[in-house]
Design a protein around this ligand. Structure first.
Ligand SMILES: Cc1cc2nc3c(=O)[nH]c(=O)nc-3n(C[C@H](O)[C@H](O)[C@H](O)COP(=O)(O)OP(=O)(O)OC[C@H]3O[C@@H](n4cnc5c(N)ncnc54)[C@H](O)[C@@H]3O)c2cc1C
Length: 634
C-alpha cells in the first residue's frame, strides 16, 4: 500500500489566488509519492486497508460479536499492545526482550512509508493517507475562521504513529514538570525517577552527550542536530542572543534560553519509534508478532471479575478476538485510548449511559485534555530567501537528499530553533511558560488567503520567504474533553471539545509571548537583512488596531493553531484523585491486567514537546510490567 498525499483539490477551487493551488504543487506531490511512497520495511505486507465502513453494525453490534460473529484467534499471547505509535513501539520492543513472552502489537495503520524519513516533508504528511484526520468540534473560543470552525488535529495512523509525522523536535520538558506530577500523588515520577528513562532510550552523539548526567549514548533512539542550517537559522540564534537569551542545552536542568534543537534524526533521516525501536528487531524476534491495518474496537473485560483478557479487532472486514494471558496495554494515543476504553465500558457513567454502553468501571475517561496552543498570523517578511524555487532547484534538492541525506530537505528550516521564555504571569522560578518557534511561510499566499494557505501547506519547510512567529502556550489552564461519536461510536472519529483559549490567562500569556517574539525585529541581526513585520490585517480582525491586545486575541481565536501536543485524557493519579483513570503504575483503576501507556496518561502537559516524554513513559511503563511479572507474580 503506497502513501497517498493530501488531496488539495478539496480546498483549491478554480481561480484560487495562491501558489500552492497551482499545478506545479500537484506535480511535486506526485513526484514525492513516486519516489518516497513505498516502505522500506522488509516485508511488503499483502494486507489491504480494512474497508471498515462496509462492516455493518448497530444496536446489536456487540451482541452479534459475542454470539459468535467474531473469529477467535486461539493463539493466546502474553501481552497485547494496542497501537504502534511513539509509546507502543517502545513497549513492544522492551517486552519482547523477554524471550519467553509472546507479544502481539496491533496497529490500525500500515507500514511506515519512506516519505516520513525526509525532515523537510512533515507538512505534506498531515491530511495524507497516514493521518487519522481528526478535527475539533466548533466552539465559541477558538478556530472561528477555520473551515466549519474546526481545527485540524492530525495524528499518525501508521507504524510509528505520530512520531512518524511529527516535526522531530526532541525536548523533554522541565525537571519541575515531573516533580509536579509526583506532587499530584504520582509516586515514582519525580525528575530523579524519570531521568534514567530519558537516558535509556537516547543515543546522542552530539557535543552535549558529553554531559553524561543528562544524556545517554546507548539507547535505540538517535538524537542529533539536522545536518543543514540555512542562513536564517544562525541569524535568528544570533538575534535571540542579542535579546539576552543564553545558548543552553534545554534537555538538562536549564530551559530558559535558546538552542539549535536536538532532533529525533539519524544521519539526516527521521527516527520514528518504528524506525528506532521496531525496525532493528522486526524480523529477528520470533516472540513479537506485528499486525498492521488492524483496528482494535474494544478491550475484552470480564464484567464480574473486572479482569481484561484480550481484545477485539477488525481486519480485512472480519472481526477477531485474541486473548492475553498477562496484560493488555493500550497505547492508542490521546484520542483513541479514551475512545477504546469507553467502547469497552470504562468511562464516565453519564456518557456511557447516553451511548447505551454497559458500564464496567465509572472513570473520568476523556477529560483533562490539554494542548500546547498557538496561532497563525504573526508574520515577518524576510528579504533573503525565496519561496519560488524552480522545478530544477527542487529536483536538485531531492537528488542531493537521496544521494547523501543532506541539503535543504534534510532539515526543517527555521523550525530547528527553540527559544524558551517566561512571561510576567509565570510564578515558578525557572520554568518557561512560552516557547517561541519560527515556522516558515509564503508571505504573499498568506496575505491573499490565510485559511487556504494553511489548508494547502504541503511544500517542504525549506522553501519560504517569511517567518510565522509562533508563541506556544506551555502551561495551559484550559481543559478539553474527548467523547464518542454519537452516530458511529466504533469507527467514527471521536468528538474533540478542545476548549482552547477558554481560560483568559492562556490568551494573556500568548499576547505577551507575541510581544517578546517581535523584539527580534529590533535586533541588529534582523535589521541587517531588512526583515519587517507584515501588518496587513487578517479577515475577521479588521475592527481592531493592528498590534493591539484585542487584535492579537482576535487572531488567536480566529486562526487558532496547535503544536499537536494533546495529552491527559486518561489521567494518571492516585485513587483519591476523582479525575484519575490510571494509577501511578499506569494500571486502569478498578480493572486488572489493563494498562494505558501513551501521551494520554500525562496528568499535566510537560513544558516541552511531548514525544520525548511519551517515549520516557513507555520505557518506564515497560520496566514496571517487567518488574510485576518477572519479580512479583512469577
Ligand atoms: C503533526 C504533529 C507534529 C508534532 N511535532 C512534535 C515534535 O516536533 N516534537 C515532539 O516532541 N512532539 C511532537 N508531536 C507530538 C508527539 O508526536 C506525540 O505527543 C506523540 O507521538 C504521541 O505518542 P502516543 O504514543 O501517545 O500516540 P501516537 O504516536 O499517536 O500513537 C498511537 C498509535 O495507535 C494507533 N491506533 C490508534 N487507535 C487504534 C486502534 N483502535 N487500533 C489499533 N491501533 C490504533 C495509531 O494509528 C498510532 O499508530 C507532534 C504531533 C503531531 C501529530
Amino acid at each position: 500500500m503506497s502513501w497517498v498525499p493530501p488531496d488539495l483539490s478539496q480546498s483549491c477551487q478554480a481561480g484560487s489566488n495562491i501558489t500552492t493551488c497551482q499545478p506545479s504543487t500537484f506535480l511535486f506531490l506526485q513526484l514525492v509519492s513516486n519516489l518516497f511512497g513505498q516502505s522500506k520495511d522488509a516485508v511488503e505486507r499483502q494486507d489491504h486497508h480494512t474497508d471498515l465502513e462496509d462492516f455493518i453494525f448497530g444496536d446489536k453490534f456487540f451482541e452479534n460479536v459475542a454470539a459468535g460473529g467474531a473469529n477467535r484467534e486461539d493463539n493466546a499471547y502474553d501481552f497485547i499492545v494496542v497501537g504502534a505509535g511513539s509509546a507502543g513501539c517502545v513497549v513492544a520492543n522492551r517486552l519482547s526482550e523477554i524471550r519467553q513472552w509472546k507479544v502481539l502489537l496491533l496497529e490500525a495503520g500500515g507500514d511506515e512509508p519512506d516519505v516520513t524519513g525526509v525532515p523537510a516533508f512533515p507538512p505534506m504528511l498531515q491530511g495524507s493517507s497516514i493521518d487519522w484526520g481528526y478535527t475539533t468540534e466548533p466552539q465559541q473560543y477558538n478556530c472561528l475562521r477555520r473551515r466549519e470552525q474546526r481545527c485540524n488535529w492530525p495524528r499518525g495512523k501508521v507504524m510509528g504513529g505520530s512520531s512518524a509525522i511529527n516535526y522531530m523536535i526532541y525536548l523533554r520538558g522541565s525537571p519541575e514538570d515531573f516533580n509536579e506530577w509526583e506532587s499530584m500523588g504520582n509516586k515514582g515520577w519525580s525528575y530523579d525517577d524519570v531521568l534514567p528513562y530519558f537516558k535509556k532510550s537516547e543515543d546522542n552523539h552530539d557535543a552535549e552527550a558529553q554531559n553524561t548526567f543528562f544524556h545517554g549514548t546507548e539507547g535505540y533512539l538517535s538524537i542529533e542536530r539536522f545536518p543543514f542550517q540555512d542562513t536564517n537559522v544562525n541569524m535568528s540564534i544570533r538575534a535571540y542572543q542579542e535579546l539576552g537569551l543564553k545558548i543552553v542545552d534545554q534537555n538538562t536542568d536549564e530551559q530558559i534560553g535558546v538552542m539549535l534543537l536536538q532532533q529525533t534524526v539519524k544521519n539526516g533521516e527521521r527516527q520514528s519509534t518504528n524506525t528506532a525501536f521496531i525496525r532493528p528487531i522486526r524480523q529477528k524476534r520470533k516472540n513479537l508478532k506485528i499486525e498492521t491495518n488492524t483496528y482494535v474496537s474494544r478491550i475484552l473485560i470480564n464484567p464480574d471479575t473486572k479482569i481484561a483478557y484480550g481484545v477485539e479487532y477488525f481486519k480485512n472486514n472480519k472481526v477477531f478476538m485474541v486473548t492475553a494471558r498477562k496484560e493488555v496495554i493500550l497505547s492508542a494515543g490521546t484520542f483513541n485510548s479514551p475512545k477504546t476504553l469507553m467502547l469497552s465500558g470504562i468511562g464516565p457513567s453519564s456518557h456511557l449511559n447516553e451511548m447505551n454502553i454497559k458500564i464496567i468501571q465509572d472513570l473520568q475517561v476523556g477529560y483533562n485534555l490539554q494542548d500546547h496552543s498557538t496561532l497563525d498570523g504573526v508574520i515577518i517578511a524576510l528579504n533573503n530567501t525565496a519561496t519560488s524555487v524552480s522545478d530544477e532547484e527542487r529536483e536538485r534538492d531531492i537528488r542531493q537528499y537521496i544521494q547523501n541525506h543532506n541539503g535543504p530537505l534534510s532539515a526543517t528550516g527555521t523550525l530547528q530553533i527553540d527559544a524558551l521564555v517566561q512571561t510576567r504571569y509565570e510564578n515558578s522560578l525557572d520554568r518557561p511558560d512560552i516557547q517561541l518557534l519560527l515556522d516558515t511561510t509564503n508571505v504573499q499566499n498568506f496575505i491573499n488567503d490565510p485559511i487556504l494557505t494553511s489548508e494547502t501547506n504541503v511544500l517542504p519547510l525549506a522553501y519560504y520567504d517569511g517567518l510565522m512567529l509562533r508563541p506556544v502556550l506551555l502551561s495551559p489552564e484550559s481543559r478539553g474533553v474527548v467523547k464518542l461519536n454519537t452516530s458511529d461510536p466504533v469507527f467514527g472519529p471521536p468528538r474533540i471539545f478542545s476548549n482552547t483559549f477558554r481560560e483568559r490567562i492562556d490568551v494573556l500569556r500568548i499576547v505577551e509571548g507575541i510581544r517578546q517574539g517581535l523584539n527580534l525585529l529590533k535586533t541588529q541581526a534582523y535589521r541587517s537583512i531588512g526583515a519587517n513585520l507584515v501588518t496587513n490585517k487578517l479577515p475577521g480582525c479588521e475592527p481592531f488596531i493592528y498590534g493591539s491586545d484585542e487584535y492579537w486575541e482576535c487572531l488567536m481565536r480566529s486562526y487558532t493553531g496547535t503544536l499537536h501536543h494533546q495529552v491527559g485524557t486518561c489521567k494518571m493519579g492516585p485513587i483519591d484523585d476523582k479525575e484519575a483513570v490510571v494509577n501511578p503504575e499506569l494500571k486502569v483503576h478498578g480493572i486488572k491486567n489493563l494498562r494505558v501507556i501513551d501521551a494520554s496518561v500525562m496528568p499535566k502537559v510537560v513544558r516541552g514537546n511531548t514525544n520525548a516524554a511519551v517515549i520516557m513513559i513507555a520505557e518506564k511503563g515497560s520496566d514496571m510490567i517487567k518488574n510485576d511479572w518477572l519479580h512479583h507474580k512469577n
